[in-house]
Design a protein around this ligand. Structure first.
Ligand code: ZN
Length: 212
């Protein structure tokens, strides 16, 4: 266990450098609502996220986004990331078995598909050829991207539910809104948030249904 922890820490420090060149700025034992974890702070201006659960099950927090955020917002981000480290068995299995290959496929395969579609579109095809090829490209792209979105959404939804279970629905909604004030709200990050994260109102509704 100790070796595993040391290895995870080592990989986290390395991984942090892929997000921000100077890597981890400090490490601390973070504690909130009965959860205690070592967190790795990085000061990454160009990174739109406030925090991330790394592939090694450790937690990165972004000083640049959170240094001026109130403590309860920082706690919320921390608890969301802790939620990612405790997924139900089925979700972690789907993440490992499906998400990694599908993300790779989406990252490399979809640009190739679009490139091929452009090639055909620019080669003066007949209307029939163009329609068929467009339909095939669109269907294949959706078949690759929709499962990625679904798994991502479930993963984020679970982390949000975990945060709700710790801080309660009312507090969750308030902190969520405050957190967005500290988030980078460019068009791309808004689109990503809309697509990959469940709406907080839905999370609260679901939490009530599940009695969390
Ligand atoms: Zn998350």
């Amino acid at each position: 266990m100790q070796t595993h922890n040391q290895l995870a820490k080592w990989f986290t420090r390395l991984y942090a450098r892929t997000i921000n060149f100077s890597g981890v700025s400090r490490e601390e034992l973070y504690q909130a609502h009965g959860e205690k974890r070592t967190v790795f702070w990085i000061d990454a201006e160009d990174w739109s996220a406030a925090g991330q659960c790394t592939p090694f099950g450790t937690i990165l927090l972004n000083e640049n986004r959170l240094s001026e955020a109130p403590e309860n917002v920082r706690d919320y981000v921390f608890l969301h990331e802790v939620g990612h480290t405790k997924p139900p068995a089925l979700l972690s299995l789907a993440s490992i078995v499906l998400r990694v290959p599908l993300v790779l496929l989406a990252g490399f395969g979809v640009p190739v598909l679009i490139g091929r579609w452009l090639g055909v579109a620019l080669s003066f095809p007949t209307l029939g050829q163009f329609t068929t090829f467009t339909a095939v490209t669109l269907t294949t792209t959706l078949l690759i991207t929709l499962p990625v979105i679904a798994i991502w959404w479930l993963d984020e939804g679970y982390a949000e539910l975990f945060a709700v279970s710790k801080i309660g629905a009312m507090d969750y909604q308030r902190r969520h809104e405050e957190m967005l004030e500290h988030a980078d709200r460019n068009l791309l990050s808004c689109a990503v948030r809309w697509l990959l994260y469940p709406n907080p109102k839905f999370v609260v509704w679901l939490a009530e249904k599940l009695d969390r």
